[in-house]
Every structure is written in structure tokens, then in C-alpha cells.
Design a protein around this ligand. Sequence first.
Ligand code: FES
Length: 278
Amino acid sequence: MVKRTPEEIQAQREAWLAKKAAKKTAQAPPPAPAPAAKPEPAAKPEPAAKPDATPEAAPKADKPAPAKPKATPKPKAAPKPAPKKKAAPAPEPVDPNISRRELLNYAWLASIGLFAVETVGLSLWFAFPNFKQGEFGWAFPIGSALNVLPEVNADPVPFTDGKFWLVNLDTEGPNGEKRKGIMALFKVCTHLGCLYDWIPVTGRFECPCHGSKFSLTGDYIAGPARRSLDRFVIIAQSPDGSEIQTDADGNPLEVNGDEILVIDTGQRILGSSDITPA
Ligand code: FES
């Protein structure tokens, strides 16, 4: 056994301590990454840490790992700019041509609407005529029979406002049928609507337009007319109002002579078309 001096022992001890200190320093772990550093997947250890690493890699593991650039805290990525919102499409400028077209369309629609209103109004006016008592188209009172009736089979009496002739008959029709009583004959010709006249000389009604002729009874005699004269319904009321006579077909109505007569010009009975044109 070699005997050493205390100085050698002390030197050896210091050398051992220095070696140990150096070893500790070599085995010290690398500095921890800054807490701000995000645990990026790239910060994972390199494949050298895998078991199948080459023998040369093993000694390197003992050495303090050099600070990898990946461990350096990356600067935070700048926040992505918010997606730009699509700007609302600007309103199209008003085209003056389109406005004029629309105006014309509105005017066209308004004219159609006005025409429809007028048509409906006229239809209603004709459907519901505004006749009044005592006017043509309504009950037309002519007073007492004593004052207005013509003589039997004499010239008829015209009622211009009522548009009828009043006749007083006691005769026969064209086929020999009896015609006795009073009748109100419409003053308009049954051919094309002219106003015919009573011709005393001939003793018949004659139309100045095309020459149609009718007897005092209103029956067709000759001319282009294709039916006898039209007539109105007569209403005869007794003087005390207790009795009323009428004939819904407008045939001659027999009266005593003191009745109050009303001609219903709203009820026109068409003349017979059972005629033999001359
Ligand atoms: S209108 Fe009377 S005959 Fe023609």
C-alpha cells in the first residue's frame, strides 16, 4: 500500500470534487422553456429519442440538449383579419324610361278601371230605372174615365207624356173575335220604333217611316212591321176605391165610365205576331 502525504490526499480530493462538480453540471437538465411558449407539436423530441436511434445518438443524449430554435416561443400569430362583409348592393339608379313605362301602365289600368265602373253603373241604371209616379215607365194616372175616354170606336186620344193612345172599342178583331172595352196602345211603331199617327181620313194608324198600318184595335194591317201594336196594362179603380179591374194581358178592359184610370206604362204587352203581311 502506497502511503500518501496529506497534501496529495487533499489534492486528490479536490480533483475528485472538481470532477464531480463537472459531471453534475453536464447532467443538469436544459433550461425549461418559457411559460409563454405554446406546446407546439413541433417541440416534440427529435427521432433521436426513439429506441432505434443509432449508437452515435446515445452519447449525445447525455449532453445538455442545445436549445432548439423550435423551443423558442414563437410570436403569436397576428389575428386573422375578420372576413369582409359583402357590401349591400347599391340601389340601381332609377331609369327614367322604366318610370315612364310604369306611368303608362298605371294610366292604362286606371282607364280600364274607369271603363269598368262606368259599364257597371250604366248597367245598374238600366236595370233599375228611376221612374217616378206619373211618368212614362211607371203608373201613369189619367183621371176619371168620364173625362178622358173617347167615344166608342171614335178617334183615339193621345197621351204624349205617357206615350200611348187611349182607344174605346166595341168591335171585332181581324179574326172576328170581340174587342170591347178600353185599350192603351204604345205610340211606338213595332217595325223600327218610329212614332206613328192616327189618320182620321183612313180610320187607322199609319207610320210615316215605312208605311206600316194598324187598325183602331192595334191589329196589324199592312207594311213592314211584323207584329201588331204593343199595349199597356190598364188599372180601373171604382170611385170609392172598393173595386179594381185590370187585365194582365192588356186586352180591352170594360169599364162603367166613372172609374179612376191608371195606365201602367211599366207593363208593356207585345202585340201579336200572328199576322198575315200584306
Ligand atoms: S218604323 Fe214604322 S213602319 Fe218602319
